[in-house]
Unconditional design. Sequence first.
Length: 94
Amino acid sequence: MFDDKHPLFGTYRIAKRIAIGIVGGSVLVIGIVMIVLPGPAFVVIPVGLGILSLEFAWARIWLKKARAKAEEMARSFQNKNGNGRNPGDPPRAP
């Protein structure tokens, strides 16, 4: 929108950072509240972190950790149910 030589560039960057912080923070807080209230908390929390990760490095780190933990839990769940297959295995017949 503004190039770095525009006089309002600094103000724009700060306003953008504040807006992303408010929207992402609100979505994250709603997701955290959904842990105890009915709702898809495990969907909303990563969305909030994704919004925040547009501007904040700490949110990118948390999002990477959450993604790794979710993948680990999915692998663990598949192995417990006997559905764990190697990526090169052919599909099972019904």
